[in-house]
Design a protein around this ligand. Structure first.
Ligand SMILES: [Zn+2]
Length: 336
């Protein structure tokens, strides 16, 4: 959620940027979608105040340093997907899942419903992959007898969220949680799921219909999808996607590694994004708060489900509940 940051990046020297991104995008996108570890990306500084606010409001039971590692607007895991080459990977931000039903007789929309659904499923899939990594790396937080591993939870050294999994178990788990939740937060900002269109103008490509949904999206059933094969969960999720759901086109890499061509499409910045309270779509009705409220509710759900998955998977010797304590507490060796 950082229009300004995106603008700043897109004005960097384009020839270098395109060459660099063409090289980086394939490796990082494939790695992120498959849950593998790619090379470390360079870090740029971005603001992510709304990501921070949503994440802080969604989470309960976190002590201050641990919460800051997740939620900090500049350095938290929640904004790691807005940094380096990840910033330009559409599925990390639910971009380019745009589709509009054309009226009878009008030219067809440049993208099909199936293409839009594929991009949204790539976004859901990036979250599923992160969930699985976080769940399996949590194993390193606690020894086989159920005791916290002090050297894996220590917060004296800062976490390096470079997607290498070379940090402590605690840093690694927080990183994958943050990177997996980022697209979900973005979804509510970048889509018409929770918002409404401008009632004073005709509905169309510059004013796509708002779906005004007030419950979290059923197709971010990340925990359950993490237990299913890819084809199975994709089929289930696809059936839950409303036909008139759209996100915005942003000139970044789509899931097939091509740069989005936004000609004739619903635009991210100009039309649909509610990344900041002052965007044109945010200013319609109470759109900004609607998006923020559902994003917050969804991250609360995702944290509940991750906790439940830890308790279930690591039930022996109560390891799962010690893991929850190790993730949320700043001095787990003393307090868990
Ligand atoms: Zn984003």
């Amino acid at each position: 959620m950082s229009d300004t940051a995106r603008m700043a990046l897109t004005t960097r020297t384009p020839s270098f940027r395109c060459r660099y991104l063409a090289w980086a995008a394939g490796a990082v996108l494939a790695s992120a979608l498959l849950g593998l570890a790619p090379m470390a990306p360079p870090a740029y500084a971005f603001t992510g105040g709304n990501h921070e606010r949503i994440t802080r409001e969604a989470l309960d039971g976190f002590e201050p340093v641990s919460l800051d590692l997740l939620a900090n607007a500049k350095s938290g895991a929640i904004v790691a997907d807005d940094q380096g080459p990840y910033f330009d990977l559409g599925p990390m931000h639910c971009d380019n899942a745009d589709f509009l039903q054309s009226p009878p007789g009008a030219a067809p929309y440049p993208r099909t419903r199936e293409q839009a659904t594929d991009e949204l499923l790539a976004c859901v899939g990036s979250s599923v992959a992160r969930f699985k990594r976080a769940l399996s790396l949590a194993d390193g937080l606690v020894d086989p007898d159920g005791r916290v591993r002090a050297n894996q939870v220590d917060l004296f050294a800062p976490c390096d969220f470079d997607d290498s999994d070379r940090g402590t178990a605690k840093c690694n788990v927080l990183e994958h949680l943050g990177r997996g939740w980022h697209p979900i937060e973005d979804f509510y900002s970048h889509s018409n799921y929770a918002d409404e269109h401008d009632p004073t103008r005709p509905v169309g490509v510059t004013n796509p219909v708002g779906l005004h949904r007030t419950a979290v999206a059923p197709f971010f059933d990340i925990r359950r999808y993490s237990t299913l094969g890819t084809n199975a969960w994709r089929a289930q999720a696809a059936r839950l996607i409303p036909r008139d759901l759209t996100t915005g086109c942003y000139k970044d890499f789509q899931s097939d590694y091509t740069l989005a061509d936004c000609t004739g499409r619903v635009m991210h910045d100009e039309t649909l994004a509610k990344d900041a309270a002052g965007s044109s779509r945010s200013l319609i009705g109470d759109n900004f708060n609607k998006a923020r409220t559902l994003a917050t509710r969804d991250i609360a759900r995702q944290w509940d489900l991750f906790r439940a998955a830890l308790l279930e998977r690591y039930a022996a010797k109560n390891r799962g509940s010690v893991m929850v304590c190790a993730i949320t507490h700043d001095h787990p060796d003393r307090d868990c």
